[in-house]
Design a protein around this ligand. Structure first.
Ligand code: DGL
Length: 282
């Protein structure tokens, strides 16, 4: 495994670009290979078995492309497929998920606190956050609520609007979230509605956005294992095309291409990126 090899990142679609963006901001010299499984989106309503089958196939591609690290940038897939993927990938690449870094963060900062969590049905029903916080034995009480309307709402561009504020308010006023001191955004789409969530709580509840926490943890792993890419250090430019000498390369593949997905990359990644159709299922 070489430090110049790419970081492979995958998600059910383009929501994971929020995490990819946090990573590229922190580690601008890394080569990135992103795969959004838009043909099977949303994962949040799928069975664990289906998500596991998709994840294994995506990992085959990322292994083929010699990724040094594979990040499952989707809570639903992290909940359903992380253990299986880690075993499947074995020593070919390090596999990370978006849940464990948040659990570590809770252990450090929120011992004996009452925490809320919102995410897809898959993430919430898997109970994975509860099991992992219980395993910390730090007296953290976790209250989770499935909020399945939020991801499609954001993808349709409904954020920072009155209608989305009303939906956010409705979910957050649910009885199950009463008395929480912090809220985990357990879906990679949700950083887009962080402002509306903050508006609901008026600063009284800390909002835990996993994208930054995950990027920091990934940076820590690469640093510790001497796997940070050194090759691109000469330039701050980035190439979306085949490697120009010395420039980090960023490629964004989707299993089903539409122009509207491409247009939406702007909201998740901060700038529009060129999506390439990779027909993994054809
Ligand atoms: N990005 C996914 C997650 O973090 C949610 C979208 C989906 O349901 O596919 O869970």
């Amino acid at each position: 495994m070489r430090s110049s090899h790419p970081i492979g990142i995958f998600d059910s679609g383009i929501g994971g670009l929020t995490v990819a963006h946090a990573i590229t901001r922190r580690l601008p010299h890394e080569n990135i290979l992103y795969f959004g499984d838009t043909a099977h989106l949303p994962y949040g309503d799928k069975s664990a078995a289906a998500i596991q089958a998709y994840a294994v196939k995506i990992c085959n591609l990322l292994i083929q492309q010699e990724c040094k690290l594979i990040l499952i940038a989707c809570n639903s897939a992290s909940a359903a497929a992380f253990e299986l993927v880690r075993e499947y990938v074995g020593s070919k690449a390090k596999v990370m998920n978006v849940i464990d870094p948040v659990i570590d963060y809770l252990g450090e900062h929120y011992a004996r606190h009452t925490i809320g969590l919102i995410g897809t049905k898959q993430t919430v029903n898997s109970n994975v956050y509860r099991k992992k916080t219980d395993a910390l034995e730090k007296g953290i009480v976790l209250h989770s609520l499935a909020t399945p309307l939020l991801a499609p709402m954001i993808e349709e561009g409904f954020f920072n609007k009155n209608i989305s504020q009303a939906i956010v308010n409705e979910y957050l006023s649910d009885e199950s979230l009463r008395g929480i001191e912090a809220l985990i955004l357990a879906c990679t789409h949700y950083p887009l509605i962080k402002a509306q969530i903050n508006a609901y709580y008026g600063g009284g509840v800390a909002v835990i956005d996993s994208s930054e926490i995950v990027a920091q943890s990934l940076q820590g792993y690469l640093t510790e294992h001497h796997l940070l890419n050194r090759q691109g250090l000469v330039s701050n430019e980035v190439s979306n095309e085949a490697t120009s000498e010395g420039l980090p390369r960023r490629q964004f593949f989707v299993s089903d291409y539409t122009r509207s997905f491409e247009a939406s990359t702007r909201i998740f990644f901060g700038e529009q990126v060129r999506l390439e159709h990779y027909p993994l299922w054809e």
